[in-house]
Design a protein around this ligand. Structure first.
Ligand code: SF4
Length: 385
């Protein structure tokens, strides 16, 4: 798509469709840079429907960059709970502090400054600067890339760096117009255009079974003409998924309190997003035994014939599936009832009813729910006797 008339026709068709059919989303229509930035960060790796309630709640809790910058990390992570990929929340928080310290509390207008903020890359900077400030920057995300790959008939993995560069060039050309327009002002609102192209990818040009019959650019689409929509773009060459088993111990006392730790190893930090977690081990052979050894070490516990005594007291709670980026994780929670929780340096004691709940990852929440579900069933059984 190089000719001026092709580009103009493509843009007109997509924009007319977008103005007619776009979804009414909470973050649409705002040009507030903080809100635009927040929505863009939340929508990375999260579906729109799942992100929306979090977006509203986060904004109520932190209505401005300054409010976010003032907050403690624990508060920010708690407000992010349920969205996963907590690195995004930490970067958002760090970037908010930088924006207040260096940019007067406003998302910077200059791209090189935006790119220096934690967690802000090519895509996020282009999206925020185009939508909030009207800057002519093409924001290429997975949805827009899929549309462009199909329309231009570009085969192969769109995420391959050389292919992605080609798609970015195509996106830039679409936004700025070709040589005949050079020197003139862009004829469209860059923010609206970026959102229109991404919306087309998100709602019609779907990865599987695209809705070509409803597509405003069906007549210009090479993939459709070749009947190759399902083959373009080519399969992504991903990293092989790793299978991991993690055993975790819920120490529960008579008052319903549990013991949480800060992750110690890099692996734990990754799995539990650097947040409070139950004592856990990566299982090599024997989950019960290895977890007991971990607890014995933590508590300076005794062992009998080399076997930690507390291993016998663990109640296995089955297994839970948990997927994180390139890992398929099997969580093996164990319940260990104790009269009183042992004193462990740096640990945190928490009850599920505690209003001041610590920020925990979804893996930790799953483990806790398994333990409390077991406790509730046992209590109900006792009541029924
Ligand atoms: S015609 Fe189909 S494959 Fe082509 S851009 Fe439209 S929805 Fe995507």
């Amino acid at each position: 798509m190089r000719a001026h008339k092709d580009i103009a026709g493509f843009r007109a068709a997509v924009l007319a469709w977008f103005r007619r059919e776009q979804r009414a989303l909470a973050f649409r229509g705002t040009r507030d840079p903080y809100r635009v930035w927040l929505s863009e960060v939340m929508l990375q790796q999260t579906r729109v429907a799942a992100a929306l309630p979090h977006y509203r709640r986060f904004l109520r809790r932190f209505p401005s960059v300054r409010a976010l910058a003032r907050a403690g990390e624990e508060d920010v992570l708690r407000a992010w709970a349920g969205l996963g990929y907590y690195r995004r929340a930490r970067n958002l928080h760090r970037a908010a502090k930088e924006i207040v310290a260096r940019h007067g509390g406003r998302f910077p207008r200059r791209r090189e400054e935006a790119l220096r903020l934690p967690g802000v890359g090519e895509y996020t900077s282009a999206a925020v600067l185009s939508i909030a400030y009207g800057q002519p920057l093409a924001a290429l995300d997975g949805n827009a890339a899929r549309v462009l790959a199909r329309v231009t008939g570009m085969r192969g993995d769109a995420r391959r760096p050389s292919n992605w560069r080609r798609l970015q060039k195509q996106a830039d050309r679409l936004l700025s117009g070709n040589s005949r327009e050079r020197g003139s002002r862009p004829k469209l609102d860059p923010g609206e255009w970026n959102q229109a192209l991404m919306e087309l990818g998100a709602t019609l040009c779907l990865p599987r079974a695209p809705k070509c019959a409803e597509c405003p650019v069906a007549e210009m689409c090479r993939a459709r003409a070749a009947g190759a929509q399902e083959e373009i773009p080519g399969a992504r060459r991903g990293r092989a998924r790793e299978k991991v088993s993690i055993a975790a111990a819920v120490l529960l006392d008579a008052e319903g309190k549990v013991l949480l730790l800060r992750p110690e190893t890099g692996h734990e930090r990754e799995l539990f997003s650097g947040m409070w977690q139950f004592p856990a081990v990566r299982v090599r052979r024997d989950a019960r035994r290895e977890l007991a050894a971990r607890l014995a070490a933590m508590l300076n516990g005794a062992s009998e014939n080399g076997r930690p005594v507390i291993a016998e007291k663990f109640a296995a709670l089955g297994s839970l599936r948990h997927a994180v980026t390139f890992r398929d994780i099997t969580l093996l929670p164990f319940l260990l009832r104790v009269e009183t929780l042992p004193p462990v340096p740096g640990a945190r004691v928490w009850t599920a009813q505690d209003a001041d709940a610590p920020a925990v990852s979804s893996a930790t929440r799953k483990i806790l729910e398994a333990a409390l579900g077991r406790t509730a069933r046992r209590d109900a059984a006792l009541r029924g006797r």
